[in-house]
Design a protein around this ligand. Sequence first.
Ligand code: CA
Length: 237
Amino acid sequence: MNANILIVEDEKDISDILSVQLQNKGHNVEVIADGSEALERIQNQNSSTDLYILDRMLPGTSGLEICKFLRMFRQTKNRPILMLTAMTRPEDIVEGLDAGADDYITKPFDTNILMARVRALLRRAETIKKNSEEEKKGGLLTLNSLKVDTNQCKAWIDDRELDLTLSEYKLLVSFLKQPGKVLTRNQLVEYIQDGPVHVTDRTIDTHIFGLRKKLKDYSKIIETIRGIGYRVATSES
Ligand code: CA
């Protein structure tokens, strides 16, 4: 897939390397070094960008603010965002993810890893499109042999129906709706928080533990991102 990628990065060395690598893969790349200029460009474009790569610390508007804007703006709210950051503390990373980034890479990074993340995010965009069309049709979400019927609130692996609690079911749905995205505990709490039951981020770990147990061999699709949250792999990874 040839994608249109917007890189917002003020370190020229980094944006040069990224541009060359991405162009070699056949992608169209645009680089903007200033945050405010990027924000203006995003507001005035006709939303043809397939993926945003945002540095976090930028002159003008920060990557975090751009990220929040992309999520609020109707034309871009579902587009994948990869955040680059020199900040490596889990709380800084969680802040970026809670602002709406799908994934993050800490500097300095290996370009092969970055390219793999880009591939995963572009693939994820395809899966989401497919799943949202299928869900509109019949309420079905799928990931390999995992299947969820959101009309009946039932889940299966192959033909084995899973006996899930409501929280486990909701977690599974939020993972299948956002494959490849790193979901923070805060975000997962929001997804399953409903009604009088109080959910904390510790409870999330317990529910994930339960869900994994029921998924058996399939539990490896849920990856733990230490100190941050969880991610479900897209089909190829
Ligand atoms: Ca920077």
